[in-house]
Design a protein around this ligand. Structure first.
Ligand code: NDP
Ligand code: GUE
Ligand code: MG
Length: 297
């Protein structure tokens, strides 16, 4: 039995952040100011608050300006749209991220549509999603772009490979499929209505699991030698009373003996998402100022 490689997303992300920091310094020299990222958090969800704090810390560590806006659950849609309008007009702000999900009384699509596409560092605006779909230069969603970077680092050229993406959300599954298609993979997108998911997954040289179901993808589903990217972040009860732990969408302990390589949870895709967010903020800042973005980002 061979054991596959564990892809160190945390290490790769640290390298990317260091590269971004160099680009940030060059931008600041040329523009006379730092790139700025505004993060908007609505409500009190403790997990979201943790992510936002960690994003803010890493933004500052990369040499960028971090602006945080916390608003109560009770905020009205109009007030939220007014805040976004202010951020659109603020020249110190190059990137705007509105933490999702939003409370049920707020129309998420309307909020995303209000963000200036040039500042849409999540790549969720229809203008960016459309550009990605037709192959034009766009701000690309952070999580799938981070997954693609890990895949290219592990596999090199992806062309001709069978890729199966499990999940079809606008923020992970769909843009992931677009990116893999652009790399000339043969792409299948599976979802909750897919029949016989196990056999669909068994065709794949590349599996990207973005479902939100703890350890749903079983080891024996994986074709021997496939590369597996586990996007899932699921909090489950730990052995110790009252504690929780994070697991992905893949049963990693089983899968490890089938794969060529696999991302762990934690320490895989999650840190890449934040590093790519900083990368996108630098790219957006450069584009807004007409400054060339550093190569190889
Ligand atoms: N690491 C990171 O940085 C990030 C991690 N995540 C994590 O990734 C996971 C997915 O996130 P997201 O895309 O937002 O989730 P969504 O809930 O928006 O989408 C989940 C997708 O999985 C599909 N699905 C649900 N059940 C099954 C099933 N039994 N078999 C096959 N497909 C199924 C759904 O199908 P259908 O469309 O038919 O309902 C849907 O397309 C979550 O665990 C989330 O926490 C998300 C963002 C960033
Ligand atoms: N507008 C918007 N953009 C997002 O990109 C966005 C969002 N909303 N809402 C929530 C999801 C989730 N997400 C994660 C980012 C980092 C980790 C991450 O760093 N995870 C660590 C572990 C963190 C922990 O221990 O809890 C890891 O996997 O190693 C996870 C999840 C971004 N999201
Ligand atoms: Mg909503």
């Amino acid at each position: 039995m061979t054991i596959g490689k564990i892809i160190d997303g945390k290490l790769f992300a640290a390298g990317l952040r260091a590269q971004v920091a160099e680009g940030v310094a060059a931008f600041a020299d040329a523009a006379g100011r730092k790139p700025g990222l505004a993060v908007v958090l609505v409500g009190e969800d403790p997990a979201s608050a943790v992510y936002v704090r960690s994003k803010g810390k890493m933004t500052v560590e990369a040499g960028m300006e971090s602006f945080e806006f916390k608003r109560p659950d009770s905020i009205g849609q109009e007030d939220l749209l007014d805040l976004i309008e202010e951020l659109n007009e603020d020249d110190r702000v190059d990137g705007i991220l509105v933490q999702l999900p939003l409370p049920a009384h707020i129309n998420e699509a309307a909020v995303i549509a209000a963000i200036d596409p040039a500042k849409d560092v999540d790549g969720f605006h229809i203008a960016n999603a459309g550009k990605l779909a037709v192959g034009e230069k766009a701000l690309v969603p952070c999580t799938p772009l981070g997954c693609l970077m890990l895949l290219k680092d592990e596999l090199g050229d992806l062309s001709g490979l069978e890729a199966v993406v499990i999940g079809r959300s606008n923020i992970v599954g769909k843009p992931m499929a677009q990116l893999l298609l652009q790399e000339s993979c043969t792409v299948t997108v599976a979802h909750s209505r897919t029949k016989d998911l196990a056999s669909v997954v068994h065709r794949a040289d590349i599996v990207v699991a973005a479902v939100g179901r703890p350890e749903m993808v079983k080891g024996e589903w994986i074709k021997p030698g496939a590369t597996v990217i586990d996007v899932g972040i699921n909090r489950v009860p730990a052995l110790e009373e009252g504690k929780t732990r994070l697991v992905g969408d893949v049963a990693t302990a089983e899968a490890i003996s089938h794969v060529r390589a696999i991302t762990p949870v934690p320490g895989g895709v999650g840190p890449m998402t934040i590093a790519v967010l900083l990368r996108n903020t630098l790219v957006a800042a450069c584009a807004r100022r007409g400054i060339a973005a550093p190569d190889g980002l």
